[in-house]
Design a protein around this ligand. Structure first.
Ligand SMILES: C[S@@+](CC[C@H](N)C(=O)[O-])C[C@H]1O[C@@H](n2cnc3c(N)ncnc32)[C@H](O)[C@@H]1O
Length: 330
């Protein structure tokens, strides 16, 4: 894969600017792992162009802080939108790029299918039994799902992957560890899921320094410039989104030409479709987690959604109510 050409410009503030030029027309210009330069002084303070964009105006954010596309470096960095003059920084170890970041008076409550996963209990239980329940509906399990997704992502290996609605990072960690991507963004709306993700990363020495970023964002307002991302993964997520059409439109906006979207979800109206039961049953009843609370779609609806949002080469694999689908940005 061609590396982006970049130049270093010495500015008056004794910092180094990176300017990244498009290396080829069909690859994203953002290559976090490739962006490297020696700092001019020992402070290692630099300003560099990032893959992240302002969630308000989608202008690329300017970053100030230590080098590197990894959790510790991003945590110690500040991000600013020159157009909106709004600053973003890491809160509790993840970078908060929601529109509401910094608002003091305004609060917003999302639908139950989004709010449920913000709970510390659900976030804790998610990889400790909750997700295993999906097997009863035909989900083949994380290892097999990861393999299926990796097959779909073959054409975009080496690029920037965004794991949208990553939960506690089950697949983000696998993508990062695979070494197949220049950068992996684990993105979710739930603060507690991201904190869980950090806990899992912390316990695994092989992940902390990998090209992995933790970002809080809304799938309907993805903090990336248009046509800047090579791969978007959304595992078991579409049925949780407040508006699947807004979400898929956003995913289509950020994918560069040739970029690949892979998603999985529970299909509507298929026998065996279930939300977590067993030890979770009483909790489920408490929050009235019925299938109608989730937004399950049919196979035809998912295909229609992808095509109507400008994606092509739609293909899918179905097993009971599990569907994994893939579509490409032309
Ligand atoms: C069932 S979990 C899927 C987690 C993981 N991707 C997996 O495959 O197991 C669904 C995730 O969607 C996230 N989610 C719900 N609404 C969202 C929104 N508006 N924007 C981003 N993520 C959202 C939830 O926080 C939750 O972590």
């Amino acid at each position: 894969m061609a590396l982006p050409s970049h130049s270093l410009i010495n500015n008056n503030n004794n910092t180094l600017f990176f300017q990244i030029y498009l290396s080829s027309s069909h690859k994203s210009q953002y290559r976090p792992s490739r962006i490297r330069a020696l700092p001019k002084d020992s402070s290692r303070s630099i300003v560099e162009i990032e893959p992240f964009a302002c969630p308000i105006c989608y202008e690329p954010l300017i970053r100030k802080g230590p080098l590197g596309f990894n959790v510790p470096a991003i945590y110690r960095s500040g991000f600013k939108c020159k157009k909106c003059n709004k600053s973003y920084s890491s809160k509790d170890l993840y970078l908060d790029l929601t529109v509401t970041y910094g608002m003091k008076e305004y609060t917003e409550v999302k639908p139950t299918r989004t709010e449920l996963f913000r709970s510390p209990l659900v976030s804790f239980l998610y990889e400790r039994g909750w997700r295993q329940n999906f097997n009863r509906s035909g989900f083949p399990g994380p290892d097999e799902e990861f393999k299926l997704a990796q097959d779909y992502f073959k054409p975009v290996e080496g690029g920037l992957l965004v794991d949208v609605s990553c939960g506690s990072g089950l697949f983000s960690r696998k993508f990062a560890k695979s070494g197949a991507y220049s950068g992996v963004v684990a993105l979710d709306f739930s603060e507690n899921m991201l904190l869980q993700c950090y806990d899992f990363i912390k316990k695994d020495d092989t992940i902390v320094d990998l090209n992995l970023a933790l970002v809080r964002a809304d799938v309907a307002r993805l903090p990336f410039p248009p046509a800047s991302v090579d791969a978007v993964h959304a595992g078991a997520a579409l049925h949780c989104w407040p508006s699947p059409s807004n979400a898929v439109a956003e995913i289509s906006r950020i994918l560069r030409s040739g970029g690949v979207f892979v998603g999985s979800t529970f299909l509507a109206g298929v026998f065996g479709n279930s939300v977590p039961g067993g030890i979770f049953r009483s909790f489920r009843q408490t929050v009235q987690l019925t299938n109608s609370t989730y937004n399950n779609l049919t196979e035809e609806e998912i295909e229609d959604l992808c095509k109507s949002c400008g994606l092509t080469n739609y293909t899918c694999k179905v097993q009971q109510s599990f569907i994994m689908f893939s579509a490409q940005k032309p």
